[in-house]
Design a protein around this ligand. Sequence first.
Ligand code: AMP
Length: 456
Amino acid sequence: MNTISFADLNLAPEILKALTESGYITPTPVQAQAIPIVLEGRDLMAGAQTGTGKTAAFALPMLQKLLPLASTSTSPARHPVRALILVPTRELAIQVEESVKAYAKHSRLRSLVVFGGVDIKTQTPHLKTGVEILVATPGRLLDHVEQKTVQLNQVQMLVLDEADRMLDMGFMPDLKRILALLPKQRQSLMFSATFSNEIKKLSAEFLINPALIEVARSNATAENVTQKVYLVAQADKHALLAQLLRGSDATQVLVFTKTKITASRLAKQLQRDGVSADAIHGDKSQLERMQALDAFKQGKVTVLIGTDVAARGLDIDQLPMVINYEIPSAPEDYVHRIGRTGRAGASGAAISLVSPEEEKYLKEIEKLIKHEIQKENAVVPQQAARAERTPRGEHHERQERSYTPRPAAPKKPSHDPWFDKPYEPSVSATTENKQPERPANKPKKEVAAILLRRQS
Ligand code: AMP
């Protein structure tokens, strides 16, 4: 139980006053952990996502450290940029700067936000008056650097917020250019919701001996989530997924892929198969992402496909089914993904399609969650796999494509009762998300069978 108060965290009265006015009573776990570390001057790598209070976790100690440098002077020279907060999107930029402003309201510290997509000239006069805390998206910040409207040589604190999303959106080259402009002597903080290898590499590159904290993610998986693994060759995953989707009654399925490209390709393939699917990822505009999400929430789209990063910010509760088309290489991300289902006591299913190449990641996941996940070999008949790729009605001779060589398999397709279990939406899911039902006269699509065999 977290009983620490903001007053225990050595924050100045003007900051405490702003917090009281914001209605904050006690620090959230990430705040309680991060604030002392940042005040100490250490670099920090924090695993925390939006909603955990991460903004205040870096903004409050930042303000505390900059307070002695606040100036009443009107001279821009007395207000150099001392703290830089880099964020991936304009929405987050606006949100973060609003929070900083609210926490700094009783101090003399100035903050500003700059992001792309608006006329750069409107931002320049504000920058020129001088600000201590600058919140920026990487591209627009570099535009200002080029136009010499901002100087970064006095930055003593750097925050990379939603670092995973920045990498996902291709900001790495911009980040490197910006980092090269900053003084070497500085404190750097990184916040990320996922822990991919890229994130670990980025933190090794940009942080010096960082303290590590992680919140809001328990490594225990919910007991009401049925987990299952299908061992399947990578090339057969699409056929298996299509079959699983058709065989399930779930009206909202979130499918995770490792890359944006796979998410897009899969959405198109499934649409061709007659499945109502859409992809959400960083390459889509904010509007497109919101439309896809809305359609999913309203039940117009049954299957939403995305990467960890794209799916992270989605505010969707009580999903009946999550499918890992590819399992994540960072085991913590698995826990996070399947936490999307079975919330608030509702039962959920988490299915993972695991290829031989991914088995090493599966072992890591099982180690983390401290139990073995039920596994089955998916034997996808060649016919099924081809039927997914060829026009309907064509016939192929039956050949089995199996996961691993093994003694002759029984030819009789076994049926898995697990998928016969009807999806029973929770009370709120039924009232909030009215799903259109399949018209009674609309026949189910014919598909070739997939044999599923329990692994011995
Ligand atoms: P964040 O994760 O930083 O986006 O914050 C999520 C929301 O929690 C924001 O609306 C904050 O204003 C709010 N918040 C952050 N810290 C606290 C706190 N200690 N007590 C109450 N609300 C908070």
